[in-house]
Design a protein. Structure first.
Length: 120
């Protein structure tokens, strides 16, 4: 395993976890400590999974999207358990959580593979 790649992807997952937390707590929303840890931890998990993954896909972008999808599904289903919100339905919460996870996975893979040239 390439340690450089794992370190970069984990750090990027941590950074994007706080970006995601910022989006979730925007507009004055109160986020509990447990939910904040879950949001950041989920994005760190995406970074670690990308860093240790040995799946061979045609392009790095597909790898990032697929890993983001797979590791955001549990958080997406968990988001559907949130209290009712007239502005944001449970379905929309699920979709946005999974789509944003795919975007974070793509960005982690992009920065790691292209910018830092830390290939699998």
């Amino acid at each position: 395993m390439k340690n450089k790649r794992l370190v970069i992807t984990t750090i990027l997952g941590f950074i994007f976890g706080f970006v995601c937390l910022g989006f979730a707590s925007g507009d004055g929303n109160d986020i509990s400590t447990i939910l904040a840890a879950n949001i950041v931890g989920g994005r760190v998990l995406i970074g670690i999974a990308i860093g240790i993954s040995r799946f061979s896909m045609k392009h790095w972008s597909i790898h990032g999207l697929i890993m983001g999808l797979v590791f955001s599904l549990p958080a997406g289903f968990g988001a559907m358990l949130a209290p009712d919100n007239p502005e944001f339905s449970h379905t929309m919460m699920f979709i946005s959580t999974v789509v944003m996870g795919m975007i974070y996975g793509l960005l982690i893979e992009l920065i790691t593979t292209v910018l830092f040239k830390a290939k699998k």
